[in-house]
Design a protein around this ligand. Structure first.
Ligand SMILES: [Zn+2]
Length: 303
């Protein structure tokens, strides 16, 4: 099976090491450990020069030259272990801009993820998702007291001893669905998207819904269509900021679209030939190459 962009796959997340404090202390003094800095949700990257041009790569720092960064980090997160090498994300948002940029170039993953090797993008997506969660859970939702980092960056716990509520990183499930009617596919456009970009429909799952319920509801809310044969396709982490995209396919009973909630600006029913001849310009372009929406469309083109 093809690995989805931003999915860490078989990377060992080291879950059994997160409470092993002596092991963690040793790894944070081990010169072979790798540190992946973030600064305001941007990642330290470098350009690798290949024969057909530069490719952005995740830039890891080592503890020999950068031991001070561990103490200066807002949050230290164990990402996992690759062989014997521990990988940590460091949130360095507390550094001023001059100190941060002295380390190198920080970039937004959304801008460069599709250009990176899949594994690099996945590791940074994982780091970004956790760093984002930490930044927004500094205080307890139950009593308002400050929280502190636990489990090597995979939990936070309330510091009020009468409360001690533990919080876990959250991921927001969203359904994304390819709606077809016979030999045509529904391509929709939101006004806020890049000019010409069209994609499949998507929306967040609400409490009390199954994923299939969410697909059916979202399609009806956005375009007024009733769908059947709702089938699971695959899933992709989408850490912008905290989604898990759950892909589905569905068949519409008719092509009689009624735009309902204002989220969708326009839609088109398109054939495979029309999609294969996409002009990729301001009149029409396919979704970005690192997205599950693109995967849903390309899968349909092969059917
Ligand atoms: Zn509390």
């Amino acid at each position: 099976m093809h690995t989805y962009f931003y999915a860490t796959g078989d990377f060992d997340r080291g879950a059994g090491r997160r409470e092993d404090h002596s092991w963690l202390r040793a790894r944070l003094q081990d010169p072979t450990s790798r540190l992946y800095p973030l600064w305001h949700l941007r990642h330290l990257v470098r350009n690798e020069i290949l024969s057909d041009g530069p490719v952005p790569r995740a830039q890891a720092l080592d503890l020999l030259r950068h031991a001070d960064l561990v103490a200066r980090a807002d949050t230290v997160i164990l990402l996992g272990v690759d062989g014997e090498v521990a990988h940590f994300a460091l949130d360095l948002s507390g550094l001023d801009e001059a100190s941060a940029t002295a380390l190198g170039e920080f970039q937004e993953l959304r801008a460069i993820g599709a250009l990176m090797p899949q594994r690099d993008g996945a590791l940074l997506a994982y780091a970004r998702g956790l760093a984002y969660w930490h930044q927004r859970h500094r205080f307890c939702g139950a009593c308002g007291a400050p929280t502190e980092v636990k489990a090597a960056g995979h939990q936070r716990q309330c510091t009020n001893h009468d409360c001690s509520t533990v919080q876990f990183p959250r991921t927001d499930p969203a359904v994304i669905m390819r709606v077809t009617c016979g030999n045509r596919i529904l391509m929709a456009r939101q006004a806020m998207w890049a000019q010409g970009m069209h994609s499949v429909l998507a929306g967040f799952v609400e409490p009390g819904e199954s994923l299939e319920d969410a697909v059916t509801r979202e399609v009806f809310e956005e375009v007024g269509l009733r769908v059947r044969d709702v089938r699971y396709f695959g899933s992709q982490p989408w850490p912008f900021p905290a989604s898990l995209m759950l892909g589905f396919t569905a068949e519409a009973d008719s092509e009689d679209v009624r735009l309902q909630d204002g989220e969708i600006e326009s839609v088109r029913w398109m054939t495979r030939v029309e999609l294969l001849n996409s002009p990729e310009d301001e009149t029409f372009r396919l979704p970005r190459a690192d997205s599950i929406s693109r995967r849903l469309i390309e899968d349909w083109l092969r059917l």
